[in-house]
Design a protein around this ligand. Sequence first.
Ligand SMILES: [Zn+2]
Length: 196
Amino acid sequence: MKPLTHLLFASLLFVSIGSAKDGDFQRTKDLSKDDYSAALEHCEANLPKVWDVLNSIRENGVNVRLTGERKMGPGKASGTDQIVISTFFLTKDLPKFPEDRLVIVLLHEFGHILFNRETNRSQRNPVKHEFFAFAYSIKAAIKLAENGDPGPLEQVIKNLKLRNDTGKPKDPHTIAIKELIKTPLWTSSLAQLESE
Ligand SMILES: [Zn+2]
């Protein structure tokens, strides 16, 4: 397998070159400077794909803010330029969150940012938001698989199938997934994974 490069993520994520200036790494007040630095160092040293995708997102004009909070889940996008990431999920080597799943989480959150950038308020609702974010993460994962790394695609398919079966019926995520699995994108993602 070819090692993933920052360039690949950059080319995969760049949608409007030049329109945004680089974002920054930041921390919320609940996170000490030491824990913040340790989390960034952990990522850079142990999670090279996560590190690349974090930096590519940042270079697309998004401030990446680390928090010690874990109740919110691994990541949360807001507006057009901020993603908050929980250091708990980044640094604890959780069996349910291997690096390839974290890559998908980051792509999903970046999908929310893109949707906010590309639409106005009247075009959005929670289901459309989740649909766009899931679809974006699948498209990006297909490109990564085509470039030699099927890991993230495996994770996104596995977890979307699981949420389709077990998600709360009224949760916008579940509704969006049920729509998504009827699309040609879903069919081609399964075909791509089978061809690996
Ligand atoms: Zn989402």
